[in-house]
Design a protein around this ligand. Structure first.
Ligand SMILES: Cc1ncc(COP(=O)(O)O)c(C=O)c1O
Length: 459
């Protein structure tokens, strides 16, 4: 077990230590992820199939097997507004818990929109602007991604249209304002602006929406306009790639701390912040180092712990290619829990494959337990976590407790993917005892997974 050299709280890197390359785990994975398929032909999709939706540079990153991809200077220049982000040792929390373990966290909430999401938003806006697109469309759950893309688009002079999941649009009015402050246009999803939205509203006029529905709307918007590309905030290989600046910085900061994690933890919606922290550490694990890599999700949307590994659509209206991933079924609509960014029926194919290969494991938590841990964290460390990130905190607290019970000392590192300053209504509900714990029953899982019938099965 590595000994921590100092009793320092913050581990900081200088701007000159910003990673110059993104790390592509595809180069090192023991089993390659299976190809994404064209739903019409059942054949792997090629760059030309994706060209109407994405700029070629991102498509090439999506299929790249190079271990490292250089980060353009224009992107590094913008990253330097908030990166490198700090890594903290949670000494006060450790003390309050009375744990023998050391708990570190990487804090992505220092970015202007308040989460890890601009790490890819800035890259995506850059490549789209470079290739002549003038407008981007996207979906957003809790609003973190929509605000990150609005922020990135304003820096590159692009228009931005955001379809925000209706329940979050209502629960988080100030994320909406933030998106507007950065100049983007926003509508609640399902909306009457697209065929996909209208179809859902016809059947379910009170639909709370879901990321799957909002993705359908944003894809339809982009497919119907020459000037517009679609931008996704998670799941895809290139998105996970852009997030790896997090883990690369964390590796250097843990070294500064004279420590190396036994456990690396992140919350998982589509998987991008988890991948961002974990992939550079998984590189070490694949090379032989022992690390427990834990993905945390809500019991209301237990994609990795209870989903099937199958080919499925990334959206509700079946507009996307077929993606090999753990899924609850493309028409599954998760209960409106407050971690809006974790309400997605699928997960990144790269993470699915790593789970299948036993390199990553997953746990699912109830929202009241998660908020309990978030409040405990806030009372000792000060930062109010986003409800999504609070899943990682809960995972870290459980890991520390388990270590104490086993008489072990662990070095635990988790990703605090964002702050919760726009999520205080959720905290209000928690304090008032109004949060419902949702554990999905098996019958609903079976019903939703019937949507997978007739789709190709992964090899
Ligand atoms: C703060 C925060 N963490 C995590 C997530 C989940 O997304 P991902 O799994 O892509 O990191 C979101 C999504 O909105 C988020 O806002």
């Amino acid at each position: 077990m590595a000994q921590v050299k100092t009793d320092q709280t913050k581990f900081l890197l200088s701007e000159s230590e910003l990673p110059r390359r993104w790390y592509n785990i595809r180069a090192d994975m023991p089993s390659p992820a299976q190809p994404v398929l064209h739903p019409g032909t059942g054949e792997p999709v090629g760059p030309d199939d994706l060209a109407p939706l994405f700029p070629m540079e991102l498509i090439l990153q999506e299929v790249s097997e190079e271990a490292e991809v250089a980060i353009p200077d224009e992107i590094l220049d913008i990253y330097s507004l908030w990166r490198p982000t700090p890594l903290y040792r949670a000494r006060r929390l450790e003390h309050a818990l009375g744990t023998r373990s050391r708990i570190f966290y990487k804090y992505e909430g220092v970015s202007p929109p308040g989460s890890h999401k601009p790490n890819t938003a800035v890259a995506q806006a850059f490549y789209n602007a470079k290739e002549g697109r003038t407008r981007l469309s996207t979906e957003t759950g809790a609003g973190q991604w929509g605000s990150a893309l609005a922020f990135a688009c304003t820096l590159f002079g692009l228009e931005c249209k955001v379809y925000m999941v209706r329940i979050s649009y209502e629960q988080k009015p100030f994320r909406r304002s933030l998106i507007q402050a950065w100049g983007a246009t926003i509508v609640p999803s399902p909306s009457d602006e697209t065929q996909s939205g209208r179809a859902v509203l016809e059947e379910h006029p009170d639909s709370p929406g879901s990321l799957g529905i909002a993705i359908s709307e944003a894809v339809e918007d982009a497919a119907g306009r020459e000037d517009t590309a679609y931008s996704l905030g998670s799941v895809l290989n290139h998105v996970l790639l852009h997030q790896t600046v997090i883990g690369q910085e964390a590796l250097a900061q843990m070294e500064q701390a004279g420590a190396f994690p036994d456990v690396v933890i992140g919350c998982v919606g589509g998987g991008s912040n988890f991948a961002g922290l974990a992939f550079p550490f998984l590189r070490e694990k694949i090379a032989g180092r022992e690390i427990d890599v834990l993905a945390c999700e809500p019991t209301a949307c237990p994609t990795l712990t209870r989903g099937l590994f199958a080919y499925d659509f990334g959206d509700t209206s079946k507009l996307t290619p077929l993606v090999p991933m753990h899924t609850l079924g493309h028409d599954f609509i998760p209960e409106p829990i407050h971690a809006g960014g974790l309400r997605y029926h699928g997960v990144a194919p790269l993470i699915s494959q790593l789970v299948l290969d036993g390199l990553v494991r997953a746990e699912a938590y109830l929202q009241n337990d998660v908020f309990g841990s978030a409040v405990e964290f806030a009372r000792h460390e000060g930062i109010i976590p986003a409800p999504e990130a609070a899943h990682a905190i809960h995972g870290a607290l459980l890991s520390a407790r388990a270590a104490d019970e086993a008489g072990e000392e662990r070095t635990i590192l988790f990703n605090l993917s964002g702050h919760g300053h726009f999520d205080m209504a959720a905290y209000d509900n928690y304090f008032a005892g109004r949060l419902e714990d949702v554990a999905l029953d098996e019958a609903e899982i079976q019903r939703a997974q019937a949507a997978l019938e007739g789709l190709p099965t992964p090899a």
